[in-house]
Design a protein around this ligand. Structure first.
Ligand code: FAD
Ligand code: DHB
Length: 398
């Protein structure tokens, strides 16, 4: 079956859903195609921390109401190393910046609920998604729906919001792109535990046994992470080993032990830094994980996807409202500036906190860096400016 739209969006993660919503608010028709089913998309456990600019854009999209009611505003976080703990007061240091703990699963549910209300088309469980004619005036996306029926959508533009393993990035000729990749000699083991968090704030801990982190999903549910070897498996970690390791790595003088409880979910996330350049070719535009990956330490992945959408939506809306393609043409250049700043900070924060076995000189340097950070108000202020999120470059249109 053939149909037409203005913007065909591939992927219903935070990037695709938010783009669709912002376009709708400016009267621009769009269709979203998603490979997974709705339940999977709404419950995929991922990021937790939102930057203020992300919250501002979700507010502008009219999808921030529950976030303000249920999200937890964080004004500081704890840094632990050498058995000591230092609280870093983000608000006091930067005069403004805070972060909001509101899980990605909830952001996605809010965006889908808003789409339900406007009735804009979204097809789940599609397959064989193929962007075509991206160099022409009227690109096409072919796909099969959940029942296997073949479809063809003609659009003015295609937005590739289909994540790291999507089909849009490979649709740009390899000879025109450059990719940048860094792997890390570790991965993150994440758990969700039916155990009350010990603090309202996040705790990032550096330890000779490896990095660990304390976050939360509610007053009763903790989200905890452990650095593990890149080839480690979930089967290697029974509950007792997980709690023992977390207690050892998180322990600090005068701080309570973690509350333990049934583990509800376990996962392993690989760590990599990746960027493809440029983000656009012809009428195809990449946004979010389709174009870049950061290691999760600084919680930038989701926020960076939203930052891309801020610029891409500005470009598309400016084109449709004023016939001016300059913002859209400059999308890649503008978005990449912030992407590389976030890459730099994500890598620095990862290397500050993780432990690479056998690198004794580096371990000493790491300690010196951590001591230098907590001893210097200027250093902590710069850290917090990056951690809480740099401003977005796109304009809000309504
Ligand atoms: P995605 O959320 O990946 O959305 C892409 C969508 O496209 C998906 O729904 C996918 O099913 C769909 N899709 C893929 N291929 C196709 C296709 N061919 N056709 C149609 N649809 C397709 N960030 C943090 O900040 N903190 C964290 O703790 C954290 N943990 C993470 C854990 C994991 C396991 C992963 C993978 C990521 C994590 N991230 C984290 C990163 C963060 O979740 C992502 O940066 C964020 O989801 C990016 O949003 P997106 O919309 O660009 O991509
Ligand atoms: C969470 C994950 C992060 O990587 C981070 O830096 C902060 C919070 C989380 O999942 O809650």
């Amino acid at each position: 079956m053939k149909s037409d739209t203005q913007v065909a969006i591939i992927g219903a993660g935070p990037a695709g859903l938010l783009l669709g919503r912002l376009l709708r608010l400016s009267g621009i028709d769009n269709v979203i195609l998603e490979a997974r089913d709705r339940h999977y998309v709404e419950n995929r456990l991922r990021a937790g921390l939102l930057e203020q600019p992300t919250v501002d854009l979700l507010d502008a999209a009219g999808t921030g109401e529950r976030l303000h009611r249920e999200g937890k505003f964080h004004e500081g976080f704890e840094l632990r190393f050498g058995g000591r703990s230092t609280r870093i007061d983000m608000r006091e240091l930067t005069g403004r910046a805070i972060t909001i703990l509101y899980p990605q699963t909830e952001v996605v549910k809010d965006l889908l609920a808003a789409r339900d209300k406007t009735g804009d088309p979204i097809a789940f469980e599609v397959s064989d998604v193929t962007p075509e004619d991206i160099e022409g005036d009227r690109p096409t996306v072919r796909y099969r729906d959940a029942a296997g029926v073949a479809h063809e959508i003609r659009a003015d533009f295609i937005a590739g919001c289909d994540g790291f393993h999507g089909v849009c990035r490979p649709a740009i000729p390899a000879s025109l792109t450059k990719t940048f990749l860094r792997d890390y000699p570790f991965a993150w083991f994440g758990i969700l535990a039916d155990a009350p968090p010990i603090s309202d704030e996040l705790i990032y801990a550096h330890h000779i046994r490896g990095f660990s982190m304390h976050s939360m999903r509610s007053d009763k549910v903790s989200r905890l992470y452990l650095q593990v070897a890149p080839d480690d498996t979930i089967e290697n970690w029974n509950d007792e080993r997980i709690w023992t390791e977390l207690q050892l790595r998180m322990g600090s003088e005068g701080s309570p032990r973690l509350n333990e409880g049934p583990i509800l979910h376990k996962s392993i996330t690989p760590m990599r830094s990746f960027v493809t350049e440029p983000l656009q070719h012809g009428r195809l535009f990449l946004a979010g994980d389709a174009a870049h990956i950061v290691p999760p330490t600084a919680a930038k992945g989701l926020n960076l996807a939203v930052a891309d959408v801020s610029v891409l939506s500005d470009g598309l809306i400016t084109f449709y409202k004023h016939g001016d393609r300059s913002v859209l043409d400059g999308y890649s250049h503008l978005a990449l500036q912030r992407i590389w700043r976030a890459q730099e900070f994500s890598r620095a924060m990862t290397e500050l906190l993780h432990h690479v076995p056998g690198q004794e000189f580096d371990e000493r340097l790491q300690r010196a860096r951590l001591e230098g950070l907590v001893a210097s108000r200027a250093a902590m202020t710069t850290f917090c400016e990056n951690y809480t999120g740099l401003p977005f470059a796109g304009r809000i249109h309504h």
